[in-house]
Write a protein that binds this ligand. Structure first.
Ligand SMILES: Nc1nc2c(c(=O)[nH]1)N[C@H]1C(S)=C(S)[C@@H](COP(=O)(O)OP(=O)(O)OC[C@H]3O[C@@H](n4cnc5c(=O)[nH]c(N)nc54)[C@H](O)[C@@H]3O)O[C@H]1N2
Ligand SMILES: Nc1nc2c(c(=O)[nH]1)N[C@H]1C(S)=C(S)[C@@H](COP(=O)(O)OP(=O)(O)OC[C@H]3O[C@@H](n4cnc5c(=O)[nH]c(N)nc54)[C@H](O)[C@@H]3O)O[C@H]1N2
Ligand code: SF4
Ligand SMILES: [Mo]
Length: 788
């Protein structure tokens, strides 16, 4: 029986009380005309359309994907699939790139691999010879596999020696990573999804889990639907489905998270909701934290955030009295000017209460993309592989030994380069070779007019690997057709450290190739070698890449050494660290209160959260952190761009349940595209009234950078706030025409959630806006929920 996850997004409730296992419910979808008995094989893997990483099986018939079903035994989903998981894969069967493209006389024309790769290698070699490795940059993804990331990490960091490697993870989970590093010494999710099954309190900070990890929300809904449900606190300027279920909803002004967090911490300390024994034994920095938050009262924050002080106090009381609290934190916190400081305060609240490392008590600093985690682990982005510290000579020597290269090749003479800076260098031309793989920056980066100029200019040669023609491929010099999910084998790691093996189910279309194969072809053409003259990378197959990665991860926090393809095939998802001593994987980190902050273990010596200034090794050593967690904080400052007379409203941006990012897959899936076919913007009832806008009227939203035009939905968004989904590319509809260039000083994650805008009505509509009705975008039902 086919499930319907368009009308019934979260599916039927399977309620359960705290401490009992989450019941199974298997969701399945087969395309029209195919019955179960028609399926030739079911191939194991996991959904790749968000970080939840639901285990599934792909139905294959005559070499084609014809459906999917959840796996009841999967620890992440217990069989469920959401709208994208059930329908999104169909997008891979339409309009694919099947040959390489090369720019000739200003136009992209079809060519063969030999011609395309010769051009790539030739330009690369010329620049390496004339300008050295700093002329090269790689901007990758949170959607490739660990085998692909690690292969490129070795090419970039052991072969070429460039520090200019980053992923779109910079826009996504850089803050999750930074907050873990600042608080606990290294990246790595401390907690487990099973904590949701036993918590008594849930805090969701800037996280619309109902639309962005629908199966995780189903897990929460099943607790909320049973006896003794957990209390739920939601911090989001919109009336999301999470907000609808909340005990307390704090619809704060976007951009004011840190004010709220400093007040919540103030309240915990003022009411002595502090586990002194835990704090004394396992943390440093309590006195500084207390002093910094002394004056940040609920009244003070209420003024800044625009929510009642009593609600802030009520939220603090819920946190302060919960016995098993789980917090999640996502883009509403991360895509912000003080992202790391706000997210560290979430960590601090848990540390203050000793609310970590035991069932039901945990932190989930979310990932968004299915393999954002892997990019961070494998060192394909700015980190060194295995959460190693670029500023620690011992860590660099370990890698030099592993790769058999001179340590001086491995970039470690300065902090690694973030994506914002890579694009700045490409703008100036000091980076003359930019390879973009698995991301569509001409829609997803802020201030798109600028991004288009950078990518289309002559100062930088741009290579793009993708499965489709996109807004970005159209600006490239060479386009390489990539195999997509299920057309190649490899592993992904989800939010709660669960590693899944995705097995190849079907052949890629036309000449498309897997990214690992493409990167390796490039390395071979450049003849990259180690000190003994052996080729770099020393492997060709995904399984060999995985084995190599296991060695790089051994004895680091993200230890994969106990995993094999074999076991992943048999068991399904397994959580790292997985070693000989813990062959079943590890459910929670830091259960003994010992963190990765030892000088020789940590991934960073940390930063000043206000300025981003790095802490030196000497200063860090002197602090004697020695395995304790750090309570770090910063004072609140207002957003880069506050509303004024000319631009009186606060824009924020985000997602809708039916689309994935720039929609390359979801707009090619009929069910999903029909559910949300085109752009809209959301206004509150009072703002709409003031502007003379009715539901469906066409409005123009303008910022200092650009404007978009779209039908208006009058929704439950907070008064004074305009919400735009950022999925829809195109100059008049991409939300990122409006956003600004600016970032958090520590995580360098761009500010994508606040910009000052003005809105005007430009035409009458022809019916309601094309926005979903069963989500946060639902028409405003009653003014009761609108903050004033
Ligand atoms: N359907 C769907 N699911 C997805 C994705 C997708 O594209 N579509 N993408 C995946 C990826 S890569 C990611 S990163 C995750 C993102 O998952 P989420 O973080 O849940 O997604 P967003 O919609 O970007 O933002 C979450 C919420 O932040 C709120 N918000 C905006 N500004 C602020 C603010 O200043 N403060 C606070 N507290 N809240 C604010 C928004 O109203 C929004 O409801 O989703 C993943 N899942
Ligand atoms: N205003 C605003 N902007 C945002 C956000 C926001 O909330 N607001 N969110 C940000 C976040 S969290 C994220 S994660 C980014 C996402 O932004 P993008 O990464 O730009 O979005 P995607 O559409 O996922 O792009 C992935 C591309 O990789 C291709 N692809 C998929 N699989 C493969 C593969 O296996 N190999 C190769 N080579 N290509 C593949 C897809 O076809 C697609 O073109 O956007 C960010 N931008
Ligand atoms: S919750 Fe995420 S991983 Fe699970 S089915 Fe939905 S999109 Fe896929
Ligand atoms: Mo993301």
């Amino acid at each position: 029986m086919n499930a319907d996850r368009i009308a019934d997004i979260w599916g039927a409730r399977t309620p359960h009380t705290g401490g009992t296992p989450w019941p199974e419910r298997v969701d399945q979808f087969l395309v029209d005309g195919v019955r179960e008995e028609d399926v030739d094989t079911w191939v194991r893997g996991a959904c790749l359309l968000c970080s939840n990483g639901c285990g599934l099986e792909i139905a294959v018939r005559d070499g084609t994907m014809v459906g999917v079903r959840g796996r009841a035994e999967d620890r992440v989903s217990h069989g469920r699939l959401g709208p994208k998981g059930l329908y999104g894969w169909q997008g891979e069967q339409h309009d694919r790139l099947t040959t390489p493209l090369i720019r000739r006389h200003g136009r992209l024309v079809e060519t063969d691999w030999e011609t395309a790769m010769t051009r790539v290698a030739k330009r690369s070699r010329e620049l390496l010879d004339s300008k050295g490795p700093l002329s090269h940059a790689f901007y990758t993804s949170g959607q490739l596999m660990i085998e692909e990331y690690y292969t490129l990490a070795v090419i970039g960091k052991a072969g070429l020696g460039t520090p200019h490697m980053d992923g779109n993870t910079r826009l996504c989970t850089a803050t999750a990573s930074a907050a873990f590093q600042e608080s606990f010494g290294s990246d790595g999710q401390p907690s487990s999804y099973t904590d949701i099954d036993s918590c008594d309190t849930l805090f969701l900070f800037g996280h619309n889990v109902a639309e962005t990890q629908t199966v995780l929300w189903a897990r929460m809904l099943d607790r909320l639907a049973a006896e003794n449900p957990p209390k739920l606190v939601c911090v989001d300027p919109r009336r999301t489905n999470v907000a609808e279920h909340a005990t307390v909803h704090l619809p704060i002004r976007n951009g004011t998270n840190l004010a709220l967090m400093n007040a919540l911490v103030h309240e915990l300390i003022a009411h002595d909701r502090v586990d002194r024994t835990y704090v004394d034994a396992h943390t440093v920095g309590f006195d500084e934290l207390r002093d910094l938050t002394r004056g940040t009262t609920a009244e003070w924050a209420a003024e800044i955030c625009g929510v009642p002080a009593d609600d802030i106090r009520a939220a603090a009381e819920i946190f302060g009295t919960g016995e098993r609290v789980v917090s999640t934190c996502s883009m509403g916190f991360y895509q912000s000017h003080q992202a790391t400081a706000a997210s560290c305060q979430v960590n601090n609240m848990h540390l203050l209460r000793g609310m970590l490392g035991r069932p039901g008590a945990g932190i989930l600093q979310m990932n968004g993309q299915p393999s954002a985690e892997n990019n961070r682990e494998a060192g394909c982005g700015p980190a060194l592989p295995g959460f190693r510290n670029w500023d620690n000579r011992r860590h660099v020597s370990e890698l030099a030994e592993l790769w058999n290269v001179d340590p001086m090749v491995i970039p470690h003479w300065s902090p690694p380069t973030d994506a914002n800076t890579i694009f700045r260098y490409a703008e100036q031309g000091s980076v003359g070779f930019l390879w973009i793989a698995g991301t569509n920056p001409a829609v997803s980066l802020p201030d798109l007019g600028r991004i288009r100029r950078i990518l289309s200019g002559d100062q930088c040669f741009v290579v793009v690997s993708d499965g489709y023609r996109t807004e970005t491929t159209e600006l490239a010099d060479v386009v390489l057709p990539a195999a997509l999910w299920a057309e190649k084998t490899g592993t992904y790691t989800n939010v709660d450290r669960t590693v899944h093996l995705q097995e190849k189910a079907v052949e890629p279309p036309g000449q498309a190739r897997g990214d690992q194969e493409i990167f390796t072809d490039y390395a071979r053409r450049l003849d990259l070698r180690d000190a003994a003259g052996r080729p770099l990378p020393a492997w060709d197959t995904p399984e060999d890449a995985f084995e190599a990665w296991k060695s790089a991860s051994a004895e680091r926090p993200c230890d994969y050494s106990g995993l094999t393809y074999h076991r992943l095939h048999d068991v399904g998802g397994i959580q790292w660290p997985c070693t000989q001593d813990a062959p079943e994987g590890t459910e929670r980190l830091y259960t003994d209160g010992v963190f990765n902050t030892d000088v020789d273990r940590c991934e960073t010596y940390g930063h000043d959260l206000s300025t981003g200034a790095p802490v030196s090794e000497t200063a860090y050593r002197a602090r004697r952190v020695d395995g304790r967690a750090l309570l770090k904080a910063a004072p609140y400052e207002h957003a880069f761009e506050e509303p004024d007379e000319a631009y009186p409203l606060r824009l924020t941006t985000g997602r809708t349940v039916y689309h994935w990012h720039t929609r390359t897959k979801t707009r090619r899936s009929r069910q999903l595209d029909d559910a949300a076919p085109s752009m809209w913007v959301e206004l509150s009832e009072p703002d709409a009234r003031r502007l003379g806008v009715d539901e469906g009227d066409i409005v123009r939203v303008t910022s200092r950078r650009g404007s978009v035009e779209a039908p208006a939905r009058i929704s439950g968004v907070r008064e004074g706030v305009v919400f735009a989904p950022w999925h829809y590319g195109g100059p008049a509809s991409a939300a990122n025409e409006l956003t600004l260039t600016g970032w958090d000083p520590v995580s360098k994650q761009p500010e994508l959630k606040v910009a000052a805008v003005t809105v005007e009505r430009i035409a009458a509509g022809s019916g309601p806006a094309p926005a979903p009705r069963g989500t946060a975008s639902a028409p405003a039902a009653s003014p009761r929920h609108l903050a004033t």
